[in-house]
Write a protein that binds this ligand. Structure first.
Ligand SMILES: Nc1ncnc2c1ncn2[C@@H]1O[C@H](COP(=O)(O)OP(=O)(O)OP(=O)(O)O)[C@@H](O)[C@H]1O
Ligand SMILES: [Mg+2]
Length: 474
C-alpha cells in the first residue's frame, strides 16, 4: 500500500502520452500530426509485438489500435494488453473501416473501450481521445486517492489472504507494531492480534515487535479483490481511550465518596444541632414556662393586667417550645433513633397530614435494620421522593413499601399522579433525582425511576443485603 504522499496534494499533470499502433506508415504519420496538434505526446508502433513492449515500458494513457494488421491483429493485441497487470487498465480505442455490428462486438469482447471509424476525422479523433484520457485520469486519481487514504489512515489496516497470512498493511500498522514491511509479509495475523475472529468486531490485546502488549479494537471484514477474497483487519489502539475511561471512572468514584462523606458529616451535624436545640433550648423554655405558671399563681390573683401579661408570656413560650420541636424534627426526626421502618412510617404520617392523597405504608414483616448511617441515607431518599410527590404529582394515592427481598432491601415510593418524562428531566439541571441515585450507588445499590405522563411515578431503591445487618425489632 505504499503511496506517494505528494499525490494527495496534487502532483503536476504531465502531458498525456498516446500510443498509435498501425502497420501503415501514412496512417501513423497522419495520427501523429493530429495528436501533436491536440497537445499530446505521441508514441508509435507499426505492429502488435512492438505495441505490447512500448505499452509495458512507457505506460501511455491511451492506445489507438488499428484492427487489421499482418501477424497479430488488433483484437489479439488488445486481449494481450488486457491480460497483463501492467497494461490492463490502459483504455484502447480501435481504428477500423469495418463498423458493422460483428466487428463492434468482437472489439468490445476483446476489451476495447471505443471506436474511431476510417477515414479518420481530426475533430472526432481528438474528441474521443480527450474523453477517454480524462476518464482514465479521473479513475487513476480516485484510485490513487483511495490508496493514499488507506495508507495514511489513522487506524492500522492489515490485509490477510485465505490462509490468514499477511499480504499488505499500511503505514499506521508499521508504526503501531514496530515492524518493517518485509518482516511481516507472509506471516500469520496472530503474530499481531491475540484473537482473530472472522467478521465482526472485538476488543483484544495486540503484540508489538518489542514484546509489549496494547489494548485494541479490531474489526474484520472480507474484501473481494482481483486476488480473490482477502480479509481486512482494521486495528485501533485504545490505550489512551481506556486510560481516559479509567481516570473518569476513578474520578467519579472519588466524587461519589466525597459526596457521601460530606453527607455523613452533614447528617452528624444535623443530629447534634437537633439534640442541642431540643434538649438545651427545650429545657430552658420548659423551665421558663414552669416559672411563669408559679408567678401567675402568686402575683396575678388581684391584678388582671398582670394576669393578662403573664398569660401572653406563657403563650409565647409555648410557641417557642413548639418551634423548637419543629426545628429539631426537620433537622432530624427522632423516629430515626428507632430504626428505618418507624422513621419512614413517621414520614408517611407527616405527609398524609399535609396532603389530600391517601397514604398506604407497607412495611417489611420483620424489621430489617441497618446501621444508622445507611438508614439515614435511605430515609433521605424516601423523604426526597415524597417531597416530589407533594410538589408535582397531584396524586390521589401514594404507596410506600419497605421489604426485604432475598438478597436486597427493596424500597418503593409509588404515586398515581400526573407522572413525567424521565428522558427529558434527565437532561435538565434538577438535583433531587440525581442526588437520590448517587446516594443509592454509594450504598452499592441502584435507583430506578419509572414514570409515564398521566400514569404516575414509581421510584425503587434496591440495596444489596450484604450491606445490611439483621437486627431484632426494638
Ligand atoms: N412524583 C413525581 N410526579 C411528577 N413529577 C415528578 C415527580 N418526581 C419528580 N418529578 C418531576 O421531575 C423533576 C425533577 O425532580 P428533581 O427532584 O430531580 O428536581 P426538582 O424537585 O425540580 O428540584 P430539587 O429536588 O433539586 O429541588 C421535577 O421538577 C418534576 O417535574
Ligand atoms: Mg425534588
Amino acid at each position: 500500500m505504499t503511496a506517494d504522499p505528494g499525490s494527495m496534494l496534487g502532483a503536476p499533470i504531465a502531458v498525456p502520452r498516446v500510443l498509435v499502433v498501425d502497420d501503415s506508415e501514412i496512417n501513423l504519420k497522419l495520427m501523429e500530426v493530429y495528436l501533436r496538434q491536440g497537445g499530446y505526446e505521441v508514441l508509435l508502433a507499426s505492429d502488435g509485438v512492438a505495441a505490447l513492449e512500448i505499452a509495458k515500458t512507457q505506460q501511455p494513457q491511451l492506445i489507438l489500435l488499428d484492427v487489421r494488421m499482418p501477424g497479430m491483429d488488433g483484437y489479439a493485441v488488445c486481449e494481450k494488453l488486457k491480460s497483463s497487470q501492467l497494461t490492463k487498465d490502459i483504455p484502447v480505442i480501435f481504428i477500423t473501416a469495418d463498423t458493422n455490428d460483428d466487428s463492434e462486438s468482437q472489439a468490445f469482447a476483446a476489451g476495447g473501450a471505443d471506436f474511431i471509424p476510417r477515414p479518420v476525422k481530426r475533430a472526432v479523433a481528438l474528441a474521443r481521445v480527450k474523453a477517454h484520457i480524462d476518464a482514465y485520469a479521473q479513475r487513476r486519481s480516485l484510485e490513487g486517492m483511495f490508496r493514499d487514504v488507506l495508507e495514511f489512515a489513522p487506524d492500522a489496516f492489515v490485509l490477510t489472504d485465505a490462509r490468514g497470512l499477511i499480504v499488505q498493511f499500511n503505514a499506521c500498522a508499521e508504526r503501531l507494531f514496530g515492524y518493517e514491511r518485509q518482516e511481516l509479509l507472509g506471516t500469520p495475523l496472530e503474530r499481531l492480534v491475540s484473537q482473530c475472529l472472522q467478521g465482526g468486531q472485538s476488543s483484544t490485546q495486540c503484540h508489538r515487535k518489542d514484546g509489549t502488549l496494547f489494548p485494541a479494537e479490531v474489526s474484520f471484514a472480507p474484501l473481494q479483490t482481483n486476488r480473490g477474497i482477502l480479509n481486512m483487519a482494521v486495528i485501533r489502539d485504545v490505550t489512551v481511550r481506556q486510560q481516559f475511561e479509567n481516570d473518569l471512572q476513578t474520578s467519579r468514584q472519588q466524587l461519589r465518596e466525597l459526596a457521601a462523606k460530606r453527607e455523613a458529616t452533614r447528617e452528624a451535624e444535623r443530629k447534634h444541632i437537633a439534640r442541642e436545640v431540643h434538649d438545651e433550648l427545650g429545657q430552658i423554655l420548659t423551665a421558663l414556662r414552669i416559672d411563669l405558671s408559679v408567678l401567675k399563681i402568686q402575683l396575678a390573683n388581684d391584678n388582671p393586667l398582670m394576669e393578662h401579661r403573664l398569660q401572653n408570656m406563657k403563650d409565647l413560650v409555648d410557641q417557642g417550645i413548639h418551634a423548637v420541636r419543629n426545628v429539631a424534627v426537620s433537622l432530624r426526626p427522632s423516629a430515626l433513633d428507632m430504626g428505618l421502618v418507624p422513621a419512614i412510617e413517621w414520614l408517611c404520617d407527616h405527609h398524609a397530614k399535609h396532603s389530600g392523597a391517601k397514604f398506604e405504608f407497607r412495611p417489611a414483616e420483620d424489621n430489617v435494620a441497618i446501621d444508622e448511617v445507611r438508614a439515614v441515607i435511605i430515609f433521605r431518599i424516601v423523604q426526597e421522593s415524597l417531597t416530589n410527590v407533594a410538589r408535582y404529582a397531584k396524586a390521589s394515592r401514594v404507596t410506600v413499601t419497605v421489604e426485604r427481598r432475598q438478597n436486597e432491601l427493596y424500597v418503593m415510593v409509588k404515586d398515581d399522579g400526573q407522572g413525567f418524562d424521565v428522558e427529558t428531566i434527565g437532561q435538565t439541571k434538577s438535583f433531587g433525582l440525581l442526588g437520590m441515585r448517587e446516594r443509592a450507588i454509594a450504598l452499592g445499590g441502584v435507583l430506578e425511576v419509572d414514570s409515564t405522563v398521566g400514569h404516575g411515578t414509581q421510584i425503587v431503591v434496591k440495596i444489596p443485603v450484604d450491606t445490611i445487618q439483621k437486627q431484632e425489632v426494638p
